[in-house]
Design a protein around this ligand. Structure first.
Ligand SMILES: [Zn+2]
Length: 416
């Protein structure tokens, strides 16, 4: 049977009915509903000639053996956030199912093809995203912190993992899964408004943004709101307010998708009758190019010094978290573009703001690419998440073309 993208849409609806309700999807990792989804996935591939294996980190692998052990991987995650959407992660997996079925029906492929359903991409229950893929990539370096994590009910992460047959101490042994990986492909909904605004169904993802997150503390002097003349104030909020506006210009000047967000400011004493003494500001900056990201950070720091001098307050920076930009493979970007042009006529290259499992696999040195399908209204992580069925079908067809070209490339010695 040839590729049947409509079957993917029907199966996504079936999964939605099985694991969701009027509040959205409930496939939170390490829960019964998530296991039900995994068992359902297993049934979908029964009889397709693939071998199933769950690795030490809980990742679910389906392997279609080829003439060579070198493998083309297709990845996704069937877990969702609570009250999540029907497509985030599940589309990737079910499109992969359809592609694997198509390849299996044509006989043994020249290279091995593997579909992976990553465990706990979302980190919804314990706050740690990309669990399974970071274990497989070997970049999981926070096992001591993971041991301390608890969910809302006080259940510890290691206990929750054990309930699903995963031992935290052994999770990194999942690394061997990537030993034979020659290339990695992932389809995902965009989760943003760019493709919709361009009226395009599909886009090639260049890589994932580098992120710089800082806490900026402004210190002035609390003083009476009635008795302190304007010229004599040392208002910590004034510095934070100037910076909150300045970062918009910094992002605009930098361009190429740059984004800067002042996500919150907490003021003390925080009462209506006092000038603000301390303002704690949160800043998130993202860019696809490391140099531009570093420059945005420099510009924000310089501006903060200037505003501190103007307002006669002190300013202090503290890094909360950062990650470098991860760029996808040039050859695979080309294949992805060809596949999209073939099925949709027009393509567009765009960066990804959110991180994905693909970023972990790319970090491990496996040539990687992602393709995005348009998200309606740019929404995800909500039951309102949606994509037109005809666009979902195009996405399945594009992933199939991309996989076919990648198999030929890897069979000819390309990839890792
Ligand atoms: Zn996702």
């Amino acid at each position: 049977m040839p590729l049947d993208p409509r079957r993917t849409v029907a199966e996504l609806e079936e999964l939605r009915a099985l694991t969701g309700d009027e509040d959205g999807a409930h496939r939170v990792a390490w829960t019964e509903t998530w296991e039900r989804a995994r068992a359902w996935l297993r049934e979908k591939l029964a009889g397709a000639g693939v071998a199933e294996e769950v690795d030490e980190a809980g990742n679910q692998w389906f392997t279609l053996p080829g003439a060579s052990e070198r493998a083309v991987l297709i990845g996704g995650h069937i877990d969702s956030v609570p009250n999540g959407g029907w497509l985030d992660g599940a589309l990737n997996v079910l499109a992969g199912v359809e592609v694997v079925r198509r390849i299996a029906e044509e006989g043994s492929p020249p290279v091995t093809v593997r579909l992976v359903n990553w465990a706990d991409e979302e980190g919804a229950r314990f706050g740690r995203s990309l669990f399974g893929s970071s274990a497989a990539a070997g970049s999981m370096a926070d096992q001591d912190e993971l041991r301390q994590l608890t969910d809302r009910d006080g259940i510890e992460l290691p206990a929750a993992l054990a309930d699903h047959g995963v031992d935290l101490d052994s999770a990194l042994e999942a690394r061997r899964q990537l030993e034979s990986a020659a290339a990695y492909l992932e389809l995902h909904i965009e989760q943003g408004p760019v493709l919709e605004s361009l009226d395009l169904p599909l886009g090639v993802v260049l890589g994932t943004f580098g992120v710089e997150r800082h806490r900026i503390t402004w210190r002035g002097q609390a003083a009476h709101a009635g008795s302190t003349p304007m010229a004599q104030r040392r208002d910590a909020l004034a510095g934070a307010a100037k910076l909150a506006l300045e970062i918009r210009d910094i992002a605009k000047r930098t361009g190429d998708g740059a984004v800067c967000t002042s996500g919150g400011v907490v003021c003390k004493p925080g009462i209506v009758t006092s000038v603000v003494e301390t303002a704690e500001q949160l800043l998130d900056q993202r860019h696809l190019h490391a140099g531009k990201l570093a420059s945005m950070l420099d510009q924000a720091r310089e501006a903060s010094e200037r505003f501190a001098a103007e307002e006669r307050v002190d300013v202090e920076w503290e890094r909360i978290w950062s990650i470098e930009p991860i760029l996808f493979d040039e050859t695979l970007l080309g294949f992805c573009e060809e596949a999209i042009l073939e099925v949709a006529g027009t393509s567009h290259r765009l960066p990804s703001g959110p991180l994905h499992d693909a970023a972990e696999v790319a970090r491990a040195g496996v040539p990687t690419v992602m393709l995005f399908v348009q998200s309606l209204r740019g929404l995800s992580h909500t039951k309102l998440e949606d994509t037109k069925p005809e666009h979902l079908e195009l996405a399945v067809a594009a992933l199939d073309r991309l996989t076919a070209n990648t198999i030929v490339w890897v069979a000819g010695g390309g990839g890792r």
